[in-house]
Design a protein around this ligand. Structure first.
Ligand SMILES: Nc1ncnc2c1ncn2[C@@H]1O[C@H](COP(=O)(O)OP(=O)(O)OP(=O)(O)O)[C@@H](O)[C@H]1O
Length: 289
């Protein structure tokens, strides 16, 4: 479905992509990982037809440079950095829906699920929204339409835990009829969302692994953390995950989205000397609206 054949890109004599070849099929959920400057965004921008390149790129046999409208019609894109648009939010949603041949109400509905009331901010310029609000709106625009390909560059970075969970759930709803490419610096951010990991380094693919499919994309875990003593640093970190304290800060309780469990464990592992118990149990029969 998506094909990169010996793709190269040079910026001012610097080789940023050096012979990337990949075949990506419908239903694959790919973590595109690698350190800063590895070439992830450049590869995505070639796929979107924004750059010229050496070699060949195609989506359903069509080259993004020569069939731009066709290709963009198939791809929902969440950029790493929000564009500096001054357009009022309401107008942006109407415009985006028209370009994507979608219905603005679909975008409103997804934004709503992410906790963003588009009507309430319709008159505000997009560039004046908070980072998280921009991210929610961009996700709603990308998901509020029919797409076969979702390309997301660090999509959940600015979302709070609740919105992250809803976001994972929205992706789970699309996973059977969509190809997803999720770019991130860190595998633990996206590990549970994907069934293939592609790592880039210095413009090359250095690892391409199929990984066990995790069906827990839309699960929720009930978590208890017990501490040897109360501590302000871990308290702040747990509060950031929406946890509530009991027993004078010695016991904490909260919920973590299934795909976020590695990230959560990574966070608590920084305070390993303080931990006396971690308990994580899947909540069954939960449906978040
Ligand atoms: N428009 C540009 N002009 C010149 N150099 C560029 C341009 N865009 C990217 N680069 C360079 O290409 C290299 C790869 O950048 P790219 O943004 O693709 O990396 P990345 O893997 O997405 O990194 P990050 O994780 O930091 O977003 C970097 O060295 C960057 O400086």
């Amino acid at each position: 479905m998506i094909r990169f054949d010996n793709v190269s890109k040079i910026f001012k004599k610097a080789q940023v992509l050096a012979g990337v070849s990949l075949d990506i099929q419908l239903g694959e959920r790919i973590a595109l990982i690698g350190s800063n400057g590895a070439g992830k965004t450049t590869l995505i921008r070639c796929l979107l037809g924004e750059y010229t390149y050496g070699g060949e790129v195609s989506i359903d046999g069509k080259a993004p440079r020569t069939h731009r409208a066709d290709v963009l019609g198939k791809v929902g894109f969440v950029p790493q950095l929000p564009p500096p648009l001054k357009m009022p939010v309401g107008q942006l949603v109407t415009f985006a829906a028209a370009v994507c041949k979608s219905d603005p109400r679909r975008i409103h509905a997804i934004a709503d699920r992410l906790g963003l009331d588009v009507d309430a901010i319709a008159a505000r310029p997009f560039n004046r929204l908070s980072g998280g609000m921009k991210q929610k709106l961009l996700i709603a625009i990308a998901l509020g339409r029919d797409t076969q390909v979702l390309v997301m560059d660090e999509p959940a970075a600015n979302l709070d835990p609740e919105a992250r969970h809803i976001f994972f759930q929205l992706l789970a709803e699309r996973q059977d009829n969509c190809t997803m490419i999720i770019s991130s610096h860190r595998l633990d951010e996206v590990a549970a969302l994907v069934n293939r990991v592609i790592e880039m380094d210095m413009g090359k693919v250095v690892l391409d692994d199929r990984v066990a499919d995790d069906s827990g994309m839309d699960t929720l875990l009930d978590c208890h953390v017990d501490l040897r003593r109360a501590d302000p640093a871990i308290a702040k970190a747990l509060e950031g995950w929406g946890f509530a304290a009991r027993n004078e800060g010695l016991s904490w309780h909260g919920q973590v989205a299934g795909p976020d469990r590695l990230r959560f464990l990574g966070m608590v592992s920084r305070y390993v000397g303080l931990l006396t118990r971690i308990d994580m149990q899947e909540v069954t029969g939960v449906t978040l609206q």
